[in-house]
Ligand binder design. Sequence first.
Ligand code: MG
Length: 487
Amino acid sequence: MLSPEIKEIVRRYSDIWALNYAYSLLGWDMETYMPRNSFRERGEAQGIIKTLIQRFYTHPEFVSLVEGAKPQNEVEEGIIRVLKREIKLYTRLPKEFIEEETRTKAEAFQVWREAKEKSDFQIYRPVLEKIVELQRKKAEYLGYEDHPYDALLDLFEEGLTVKKCERMFSVVPQVSALFGRVKGKYPERHPLEEEGYDRYLLQRLIEHVLQEMGFDFSRGRVDVSPHPFTVEMGLHDVRITVRYEGKDFRRALMAAVHEFGHATYEMNVSEELWMTPVQGGVSLGVHESQSRFWENVVGRSLAFIRRFRKEMELTLPFLREYGDEELFTYFTLVRPELIRVEADEVQYVLHIYLRYRIEKELMEGTMRVSELPEVWNDMMEELIGVRPPNDSLGVLQDIHWAHATIGYFPTYAIGSMLSAQLLKALKLEEMVDRADFQGIMSALRERIHRHGSVYPPERLVEMATGEPLNPEHFLNYLREKYLGGAL
Ligand code: MG
């Protein structure tokens, strides 16, 4: 139950809630069904809605209600905490700064695309320098205690700092060594990667798998888009998308299972939190822990393959020639990869660590943008054992910096590490081995999902697992899975 004071705040917040609902739906439509030439018009509409949201958040009456509120319980504390964060973001950055950042982003996206096409970092360098400069300014506006990068990290993962990242990445040397030992065991190309499939049949298989795993199709949909994503309008409308490439079916299947993890987190938030500021999942890192748990821990397992073997064979008859173990190998191939989004779960955090190091030093001013291609390639060689032959396959591969998002990448590593910690702490191993999806889901719902954003992410992790994020669990998980427990 909410006190009258907080009820009034939530009542006023419902305007923002509704605008966010509309904004999300417009965004989903843009990626799926919108006619191609509506692009500009849609952008205008979305821009205006964003401005309205900002106006509601910064309305003096609303701000003073939030600033003066005295929360009486944990839910109320959560509501005020989340609102204060939003208000801070909208009030600390001067209007001129936001306008300049928006202009630079629009330019950067075009320039990045051209540079990537021509595989020439020099085209991108000037605008990236400007972006880095703007992000350093942004950190000053937002404020920080120890490190300018902290101000940006906190935007994507509440409470995240360089210190905590250092702790998380302390296992990088061991992961890199483990990767070195494992990578040679796999074929350079697996025959199943070349096998084609019928798109509509695979779509049916994916719908069946998601249904069996517990996706509620009365509150969700699965559609097609160039990049798979999840978007939630509210608790009762959460949508995911999948991309079909026509061959190598595990890519579409695992991407769908990944988005299923994001979607069910949103669907399982407690009804009591509906239409409040704490309705959604708490942070990018915790969100990614859910998607990675379902994709990597559950989806890329022998139990999953055995559970869906018959259904997979109906859609993909060529699978009859492959044993369960062989299919498991195909689902868990480990090979040196230049591109982050193609990377397997063993080397993935190494790709993130590289980006973290670069971002941190750019923010400190101890690295110059002009050095990036060299630094990138050297680190790839050191961590993964391959050297990108050109900028396009190296420093130019990600869109994030062109979007002026510095500080986002580490949340992916939190996701990987937290998924392993949840496996251990919630004692889910046996359920994974039995493909007991219901059991897994109810444990995750109980410890993580139902709380929405009531608790800050670090507190939620401690409540759910009994300790702060501990990278040792991730290391043990990888050793167990890829070295059969051997050190
Ligand atoms: Mg994800």
